[in-house]
Design a protein around this ligand. Structure first.
Ligand code: NDP
Length: 462
């Protein structure tokens, strides 16, 4: 036994923290994990999981409409917000239970308290004031919505945290931001019958994605009835009569809505964590600075997941935790691989993407081939829904490698997961061409786009 109370102390019970605590404990290490709120972190408690459940809920009214084209008559339908929230909460409770069970089963000690660093090997448990020591400490405290504190009236606005527990569904909502959360929630609220407006400062939503997909999603959302205001931002939010909010915008005058949601990025949760006491370095955004093995500048302290502001995605935090275990406890130095991360935006239609956008690839390579298909999905033929799928493959002409794949449409996220394997494996366009299609699917388009739609040479479309 070492001179420390624990071999490993983990601060934060989210995806990265739980995975590192559970794996270390399962190896026989003496592990404690402290969480001040609920186990499961942002992803399980107020992020990916409840969001996806809400996405499903918000799609039913379109399903009911589409049913007519297939011969069904659907009776009167009504939506009950409280029933959805209760069902979602029940599922989240179940998942939280599984997280705890996994930790307990592996032998980790669960501590229901905030924990703050007091030194390179020590942590104070805020609930009791007790100080404990550990050979290694992992900081996995995640992030929190950027409150946009400089905005007058920001305290009247909600973030995604509150969106999961609203007392009632608002009649109207204005969502600020053009990233994952803003776009996903705009579709959720619209689908549940809320009059929805999105306000975004840039020229097009989803700034880091392929331009075609961004434009296609924008058009599809507007066609559904979501109002999108680009190149504009909120200047002030004030209470107005009848319980509404008056929102002063830069370009679109005053908008009166019931709820304003800010989705302007997430900040690392490092305030008051005792990082100064332990001598841990943070960057200008307050994120813990780590090396390629997730080590901070203090050799006994590590950081994983959103608190490091590398890539804010659940699977990335889990992967970083597994690399930490390999490196520190299995004598197998492994650094997380952040290249070619497939990702999905659960907008409606969905976005699935991996690799470089056309714009990024055109800057990186002398010549690229772009394969692009836009078509009506089969289901829309009978439903009569005016929707289009977009699929795009970006190929480096020099070696024929597929360097980007982008999809807009049903199940794009599911397809992105599999495309991620092909790009990771370094597949060429010829490998795609050799692959037999699965018919009839939308995905078959990915292996039947034989000729480039166009090329981009030295940044110019030819
Ligand atoms: P994003 O980084 O995706 O988007 C933030 C948005 O806020 C951008 O449109 C950004 O504009 C805008 N913005 C930032 N600061 C300001 C400002 N001061 N004034 C006006 N606009 C501003 O963050 P989200 O909050 O949507 O999500 C946080 C992270 O969570 C994401 O990065 C993602 O990694 C993860 N996430 C993943 C999901 C998934 O996998 N499906 C779902 C939800 C979240 P600009 O683009 O111009 O910088």
């Amino acid at each position: 036994m070492t001179q420390f109370d624990y071999d490993l102390f983990v601060i934060g019970g989210g995806s990265g923290g739980v995975r590192s605590a559970r794996l270390a404990a399962a190896m026989g290490k003496k592990v404690a994990i402290a969480e001040e709120y609920r186990f499961g972190g942002t992803c399980v408690i107020r992020g990916c999981v409840p969001k996806k459940l809400f996405v499903y809920a918000s799609q039913f009214h379109e399903h009911f409409e589409d049913a007519a084209g297939f011969g069904w008559t659907v009776g009167e339908s009504r939506f009950d917000w409280h029933a959805l929230v209760a069902a979602k909460d029940k599922e989240i409770d179940r998942l939280e239970g599984l997280y705890r069970k996994g930790l307990e089963g592996a032998g980790a000690e669960i501590l229901h308290t905030r924990a703050e660093l007091t030194g390179p090997h020590s942590v104070r448990l805020v609930a009791t004031g007790k100080e404990v020591t550990a050979e290694r400490i992992v900081i996995a405290v995640g992030g929190a919505p950027n409150p946009h504190a400089s905005l007058p009236g920001h305290e009247l606005c909600i973030s995604s945290n509150e969106a999961f527990h609203l007392d009632k569904l608002p009649r109207s909502i204005l969502i600020a931001g053009g990233g994952y959360i803003a776009v996903e929630f705009a579709n959720i609220f619209h689908g549940l019958g809320v009059e929805t407006t999105l306000i975004y400062r840039g020229t097009e939503i989803l700034s880091r994605f392929d331009q075609d997909i961004r434009r296609g999603l924008h058009e599809a959302m507007e066609a559904k009835g979501i109002r999108i205001l680009c190149q504009d931002h909120i200047q002030k939010v004030e209470n107005s009569p009848a319980g509404s909010l008056a929102v002063e915008t830069m370009k679109n005058g005053v908008l009166v809505v019931e709820t304003v949601m800010l989705a302007l990025g997430r900040d690392p949760n490092t305030t008051g964590l005792g990082l100064e006491a332990a001598g841990v370095e943070v960057n200008e955004r307050g994120a813990v600075v780590v090396d390629r093995y997730s080590r901070t500048n203090v050799p006994s302290i590590f950081a994983l997941g959103d608190v490091t502001d590398r890539v804010q995605l659940t699977p990335v935090a889990i992967h970083e935790a597994m690399c930490f275990i390999e490196t520190e406890y299995k004598n197998n130095p492994t650094s997380p691989d952040h290249d070619l991360i497939a990702t999905a935006v659960f907008s409606q239609p969905e976005v699935g993407t991996v690799g470089l956008s056309e714009e990024q690839a055109a800057k990186k390579f002398d010549e690229i081939e772009v394969y692009r298909a836009q078509f009506r999905p089969m289901k829309a033929t009978l439903s009569g829904r005016a929707e289009r799928m977009i699929m795009k493959l970006i190929v480096n002409a020099a070696d024929r490698k597929v360097v980007g794949a982008h999809i807009l449409g049903h199940d794009a996220g599911e397809m992105a997961q599999l495309l991620g394997i092909t790009l990771k494996a370094g597949c060429t366009k010829d490998d795609f061409d050799r692959t037999m299609a699965v018919h009839p699917t939308a995905a078959e388009e990915l292996v039947t786009m034989y000729n480039p739609t166009y090329r981009v040479r030295n940044g110019e479309r030819v």
